[in-house]
Unconditional design. Sequence first.
Length: 70
Amino acid sequence: MRIGFSRKGLTLDSKPFNPLNFSVNGYGIESTEEPPSFDAFEILEKLAAAKSEGVTRAEQIKILQSIMPK
């Protein structure tokens, strides 16, 4: 199984994957909600900023909170 990331979202074995819809052994859960859109480069920039030297624990928490959708 290969997990990939693209501009359109997650892919499993090169097929689009919606984490809100999945099934196991014939039983499944489906959602009509679309996954939140995100900018991968923006998230990577914020994570890199949180990892840099001199950033306090409180600042790291604020950075991570800014990444999470509201």
